[in-house]
Design a protein around this ligand. Structure first.
Ligand code: ATP
Ligand code: MG
Ligand code: MG
Ligand code: MG
Length: 576
């Protein structure tokens, strides 16, 4: 590809609404363009990345025996009525009506349609196992679309669905997928962790999330460095505590009047080390009676003075936020702070929340609330009523760093992750709801045993950037870079020698199947380098008259601090 014929469009400034680095860089590098909240155009440069992600996923899915199809984006509401999800899914499901007044949904996922196909097409056990997948547009009307492609409303997902004759076979199909996912995520060249996830009403262990490790991740994941134990926070467990936990009543030691408390006070109260760069945070306190019943709840705002100075905090009680034993709503918090909190957890003893202040996300990974721990019994919490946002439940802290791991092999550690994939054993949940059967070996109809397997195709590049960037821009792993090599000729319009050398290297690399772009736009070197560093092409070859006199060109990996002179005759071989 020649840059003059492609579309390179970079920006100096990030959009004002971009909170995380991937959103900023994807916009600045011209990979995506916002059309509406959570809705983006994949620009030519960004689409190349997405196509590479898709190609890897497709190859490994095919290798694992899954077969590709494409299901409609717009799906009849009646199918969704059969499983009850038309109502149950709530506002995340986008419902539309056609001119005849018939209901349709825009697919957030496709269990209904694929189960409908299975009940028509898969008649006998002899046709099983079967795994269908698609790489297709999804729409979820997310409560808070944000972070660019990370949490879009329209996005691309690879979703696969397995059909089996019995639970054992279904679990084998699940394992095939779990292994395929490991190959896929290995190939992306990212640091990730497969963690046990909640399997909902079905129970059992057959749900795993694939989390790309990044400090900005929305999920908290728990693992044991000394063993292979890993789970998301929702699923995480620790070995039963050996000693007594700090008494819940300790919250009362926080003076319930406006005034100052030191961070040390708070740390002692929470029983955790203070290691955070949080600028402000919200705490909710409960006053408990002798039986542990909550008699009053208050919400507190702590302002940290300075970025890292944890020694002095200002604690102010927020008037009007004596919310009793229930959760303050996001709107209440928002109107008090004029900012949008990441979430407000249950009013426990001291419940840290994420808040967004000055457009910075304050992630409170190290602040722990005793009240959320399983071994503290808090009376009066009605989870369905008091904590209506299901994705908030996922971040409740079941364990704290340092707790013994359930396998007893070491202490638990906590880190942040971005959910890029999810494998799930479904059992007969959908086949029963939709009366989807096949003829079993005994000649009787039996319900399909199912599994579903998702990968966030368009979330993945964002996760990759969160993990791989520097102050100059993106650093792509080779496997998903928009181009793996860029050739930057200096003064190509003036020098025949440069033009010839650049043209020859370009032709050689193309012939070798290398995904190369030749920057023939005639930009000044500084602007040209800045563009490609922002875009994040991993390998750069600079060709100028000076080096060519000695038969050299300059090679620099995006992570290298300086270029290396390489014989022009050897350059193509090194990049092949
Ligand atoms: P999350 O917890 O982030 O809301 P999810 O658990 O609701 O994700 P799944 O239903 O498991 O998502 O869908 C499979 C995959 O689709 C997820 O692992 C994720 O990578 C991707 N995905 C889900 N929601 C979005 C979104 N709003 N934008 C981009 N990708 C998404
Ligand atoms: Mg979700
Ligand atoms: Mg999730
Ligand atoms: Mg999930």
């Amino acid at each position: 590809m020649k840059a003059s014929q492609f579309f390179v469009s970079t920006l100096k400034e990030a959009p004002a609404d971009a909170e995380v680095v991937s959103h900023k860089l994807m916009t600045r590098a011209g990979l995506i363009k916002k059309l509406g909240a959570g809705i983006y155009t994949y620009m030519p440069m960004g689409l190349r990345v997405i196509r590479k992600v898709e190609a890897i996923v497709r190859e490994e899915m095919n290798r694992a025996g899954a077969v590709e199809c494409t299901m409609p984006v717009v799906q009849p509401g009646e199918l969704w009525q059969e499983t009850g999800r038309f109502e149950k899914m709530g506002p995340e499901l986008l419902r539309i009506r056609d001119r005849h007044g018939r209901d349709f949904v825009v697919q957030p996922t496709s269990e209904e349609v694929i189960t409908d196909i299975a009940r028509q097409e898969l008649r006998s056990y002899k046709q099983l196992p079967r795994n269908f997948y698609q790489i297709q547009t999804k729409f979820r009307d997310e409560r808070r679309p944000r972070f660019g492609l990370m949490r879009g409303r329209e996005f691309t997902m690879k979703d696969a669905y397995s059909f089996d004759r019995n639970p054992e076979a279904a679990k084998a199909s699940y394992q095939v997928m779990a292994q395929a996912y490991r190959r896929i995520f290995d190939r992306f060249g990212l640091t990730y962790r497969a963690v046990a996830a909640d399997s909902g009403a079905i129970g059992g262990d057959l749900s795993e999330e694939f989390q790309v490790i990044a400090a900005t991740g929305e999920d908290a994941i728990v693992y044991c460095p000394a063993s292979d134990y890993a789970a998301n926070m929702e699923k995480a467990e620790s070995a039963p505590p050996t000693g007594p936990r700090p008494a819940p009543a300790q919250a009362q030691t926080l003076t319930p009047t406006p005034g100052k408390a030191t961070c040390a006070d708070v740390a002692a109260l929470l029983g955790v080390p203070l290691a955070s760069t949080v600028k402000s945070l919200v705490l909710a306190t409960d006053t408990l009676d002798e039986d542990g019943n909550v008699t009053a709840s208050q919400v507190w705002l702590l302002l940290l003075r300075g970025d890292h100075d944890m020694n002095e905090v200002k604690v102010s009680k927020l008037p009007g936020l004596d919310v009793g034993f229930r959760f303050a709503t996001l709107a209440e918090i928002q109107s008090h702070f004029g900012t949008e909190p990441g979430y407000l957890g249950p009013l426990g003893l001291l419940q840290p929340v994420k808040v967004v202040a000055d457009r910075e996300v304050a992630v409170m990974a190290d602040w722990i609330c005793g009240a959320n721990r399983k071994d503290y019994h808090i009376t009066g919490v009605n989870w369905g009523r008091d904590l209506p946002e299901p994705d908030l439940v996922a971040d409740l802290r079941n364990v704290v760093a340092g707790d013994p791991s359930p396998d007893g092999k070491g202490a638990l550690a906590i880190e942040r992750g971005i959910e890029v994939g999810h494998v799930f054993y479904l059992g007969t949940k959908y086949s029963k709801a939709m009366n989807a059967t096949f003829l079993a070996e005994d000649g009787k109809p039996a319900f399909f045993e199912m599994g579903c397997y998702g990968i966030g195709i368009t979330r993945l590049p964002a996760a990759a950037i969160e993990q791989n960037h520097d102050e100059r821009g993106i650093i792509w792993p080779d496997a998903i870079a928009p181009f793996t090599v860029v050739i930057c000729p200096i003064g190509m319009d003036r020098s025949e020698a440069v033009k010839a050398a650049a043209g020859q290297l370009y032709a050689e690399l193309l012939a070798a199947g290398v995904d190369v772009i030749l920057d023939d736009r005639g930009e000044r070197p500084g602007a040209m380098f800045a563009d490609w560093e922002l875009i994040g092409v991993p390998h750069r070859v600079t060709i100028g008259d000076k080096g060519l006199k000695d038969g050299k060109v300059e090679y620099q990996h995006r992570r290298d601090s300086a270029a290396t002179a390489v014989d022009v005759s050897q350059m193509a071989d090194l990049l092949r």
